[in-house]
Design a protein around this ligand. Sequence first.
Ligand SMILES: Cc1cc2nc3c(=O)[nH]c(=O)nc-3n(C[C@H](O)[C@H](O)[C@H](O)COP(=O)(O)OP(=O)(O)OC[C@H]3O[C@@H](n4cnc5c(N)ncnc54)[C@H](O)[C@@H]3O)c2cc1C
Length: 464
Amino acid sequence: MSDTSFDLVVIGAGPGGYVAAIRAAQLGLKVACVERENLGGICLNWGCIPTKALLRSAEIYHQMHRAKEFGLSVEGASFDLDAIVKRSRGVAAQMNGGIKGLFKKNKVTAIMGEAKIAAKGKVVVKTEKGEETLTAKNIIVATGARARELPGLEADGDLVWTYRHALVPSRMPKKLLVIGSGAIGIEFASFYNTLGADTTVVEVMDRVLPVEDKDISAFAKKQFEKQGMKILQKTTVKKLDRAKGKVTAHFEAGGKVTTEEFDTVISAVGIVGNVEGIGLEEMGVKIDRTHVVTDEYCRTGVEGIFAIGDIAGAPWLAHKASHEGVMVAELIAGQKPHPIKPNSIAGCTYCHPQVASVGLTEDKAKEAGYEIKVGKFPFIGNGKAVAMGEAEGLVKTIFDAKTGELLGAHMVGAEVTEMIQGYVIGRTLETTEEELMNTVFPHPTMSEMMHESVLAAYGRALHI
Ligand SMILES: Cc1cc2nc3c(=O)[nH]c(=O)nc-3n(C[C@H](O)[C@H](O)[C@H](O)COP(=O)(O)OP(=O)(O)OC[C@H]3O[C@@H](n4cnc5c(N)ncnc54)[C@H](O)[C@@H]3O)c2cc1C
């Protein structure tokens, strides 16, 4: 490379890094983005996007089995797992190619290689052709995260999978154990269960999707069980005995140990930040349990080094990573961006039924000392949901009784991942119950349930 001096070097081209690079380039900075594997990071290649492609196939397959309900007929509905996976990989490849195009358009220099901060303002990159040294006043570390591995439950790619293996399966699991019922675990459980795997989900906490509101977790659990999933809560996997073609899982619940055989296990027990080998500790950057400690502007405390996305604080979501990327790029370019409010970032899980939420759960709102008003509205009371054949779901809203601030919104059911943004905008604009009640929602839409839930919090719901 001829020119190795930049205003900004971004390490990692996931949704944090590539978005930061584009925004900084838009603001006139000379930017390089270094990536060791795939442009687009985990999200586009091994996370958000390919999982949604798989889940879409499962959803269509599920709807094919419901054809009769809609006056249609589908004979002999079946699937080809290789073709489903091929489509998912094709979608990921298309997205990855899109980033290449965006970098070119915005004049971001993309460098494929492994980067390490060697000194203040200096990044050494190992590429296929050898080592290159880049200089830049500012460095954004956006190296993301990988699957957490627990001792004894490590993935082997054959019997025990991480999300990477589960995205490109070597076979269709017959009897599947999913360890962990967070978003990643439940999405894979939903996918394989819909395709016919006999699926068990084990969760150490007292409910599935443990970060969600307890009413939403309970509703989702009932739906998963109706679909044939077995859910073990307050249960720990003590060990996995691996033999040819089978794994014996040892479960412990309430002091009692039981065992069960599976042919496939997916371990989805969280993530660890990619903090190693990047020179962070040598530069004095503080790390707390595999994540970089940052302030509200993603500053690490070491001048000229920022950390964004999964390597920094929760929530570990693509849209949070991207928003931090934009914020830091603007900060470096001399603008005055707003810091991110983690409580206004929605979380979406694309299982069947979908789950989406923003802000405080009922328990967290009470713990925080709020006097609250709670509204609930079931999907069965909404004409569009019934017409769509999607009458199973719930919308729950939580307000500060004193000020009318929307503290939290929680949804389970069809299309809720598309609807939650309405409440996110409400929170960003610091909307109160009155403004939400005075908003006219189009009919017939499922969004009317969002209105009804707000009305319900104040005893004014119309359709229940
Ligand atoms: C199965 C799965 C499903 C998910 N679904 C969703 C979802 O639906 N919605 C959602 O919001 N989030 C989802 N996530 C989480 C989401 O993928 C992450 O939050 C997001 O990718 C984080 O972005 P990032 O830019 O911080 O890191 P990453 O996307 O992890 O990107 C980091 C990049 O840095 C590169 N890198 C690391 N070290 C170096 C180095 N030394 N030199 C050069 N490059 C380096 C890596 O190769 C990687 O490409 C999912 C995750 C998984 C695993």
